[in-house]
Design a protein around this ligand. Structure first.
Ligand SMILES: [Zn+2]
Length: 399
């Protein structure tokens, strides 16, 4: 699509048009059946069945829906003819509306999984004992002070705060804290099932890992296995629309790149900033656009470090990646460069479904070498009896 559009006096060249929305919004703008319908998958023709008054979706993806059938209004999930969106040139259903990672994975799958494990009666046979959940929450409190400044909030106790967890907190558990903390508390099969989801999402959030086709294939396989194993472990009630749509995530990562390229987190994060900047009651779209362009120019012309928050020699901001090295920072220089000790890999955190060394997650010890350079990304560094445990941050948490 390459076309100029005039919106409230501003001439905008539209290069590509995609929509980021949750399942109810997608169904609304596309005029398709809702996610609780039997034919509610926007991406494939799988049919769910009703079990115990809830729709249970298959653990495998069905035949893909096609842009042509959507255009003619003949897809089986369309309510009454094609959506008005189809009149926009170059817009191809379903490829232009990827599943949103924030709603699908964090608020959908991870929250459901946590309720099975820690809270609801649905997963009674899987639920941990209250004493274990309390002990696990104590561990969460111990790692909380080591949360880098990039995180909007420190992890909270699962036993008391689970029902108040925000999407970003659920994300932090699946990417960073869960593999470290759950290892001691979850039964082996449940922990392995959680690791499948963690591994896939971590890879899908990290562009440098996605550039390795083999690692991408591992992640896609892990996600498929997560869905099938979750069904075996938690029963039909886990096979909601969200869990099924996970099966379609790899094809969108292949097209769009990292999950951070098509998720609602930036919109959520910047909503309050935009609201603060909105000082007019007329021509609001044009005003907002001008404000956003100002901010973008400011960010792109600022020569400061690419990190949102500066590293420091003190925890929790004292570990970063320089080049290919994980570094414990000892000094910060005026030009944004840092000096520190290179940490040496000393063993992975887990070996299933693949070794965590692939993600550079693991135990590290100080080497005798130091390095000075510009930090590429920060890492969470948790002190251990011997060495320390390092988990590098993924792309979304860097800018
Ligand atoms: Zn599907």
């Amino acid at each position: 699509m390459s076309d100029f559009k005039m919106i409230e006096g501003v001439n905008i060249k539209i290069r590509k048009l995609d929509f980021i929305c949750d399942a109810p919004a997608r169904s609304f703008i596309c005029k398709t059946l809702g996610h609780n319908s039997h034919a509610g998958c926007f991406y494939c023709r799988s049919i769910g069945k009703t079990v115990d008054r809830r729709v249970v979706y298959p653990t495998t993806a069905g035949e893909s829906r096609t842009a042509e059938d959507y255009r003619t209004g003949s897809e089986s999930n369309q309510r009454a003819g094609p959506s008005p969106l189809m009149q926009l040139p170059g817009l191809e259903f379903p490829q232009c509306i990827p599943p949103d990672y924030m709603h699908l994975v964090c608020l959908g799958t991870v929250r459901k999984l946590f309720h099975f494990l820690f809270a609801t009666d649905d997963g009674r046979h899987c639920k941990l004992r209250p004493s274990d959940i309390a002990a696990l929450s104590d561990e969460v409190q111990k790692v909380a002070p080591f949360t880098p400044s990039e995180f909007q909030r420190r992890p909270r106790r699962i036993d008391r705060e689970l029902s108040h967890f925000k999407a970003s907190e659920l994300k932090n558990f699946v990417l960073y804290f869960g593999p470290v903390i759950f290892r001691r508390f979850l039964p082996v099969l449940l922990y392995k099932n959680f690791l499948l989801l963690h591994f896939a999402i971590y890879v899908f959030m990290t562009p440098e890992l996605l550039s390795h086709p083999e690692i991408f294939r591992y992640a896609a396989a892990a996600l498929t296995m997560f869905v099938s194993d979750a069904h075996k472990l938690y029963g039909n009630s886990v096979m909601s629309h969200n869990t099924h749509v996970l099966l379609h995530l790899p094809e969108f990562v292949r097209s769009f790149g990292s999950l951070s390229n098509f998720c609602a987190f930036p919109f959520e994060n910047y909503l309050s900033h935009l609201k603060k900047r909105l000082r007019v009651t007329r021509f609001t779209t044009a005003h907002l656009l001008a404000q956003m362009l100002n901010v973008r120019e400011m960010l792109t012309t600022n020569p400061a470090s690419s990190l949102r928050y500066s590293p420091t020699p003190k925890p929790p901001n004292n570990c970063c990646v320089i080049g290919d090295n994980i570094v414990r920072i000892s000094a910060v220089h005026g030009n944004g460069e840092v000096t520190g000790v290179i940490l040496q890999f000393n063993g992975g955190l887990y070996e299933y479904p693949y070794t965590s060394e692939l993600l550079r997650i693991g135990y590290y010890c100080d080497s005798r070498q130091t390095i000075t350079g510009m930090p590429k990304k920060k890492c969470i560094m948790l002190p251990q009896p011997i060495c320390c445990l390092v988990v590098p941050l993924v792309s979304e948490d860097l800018n």
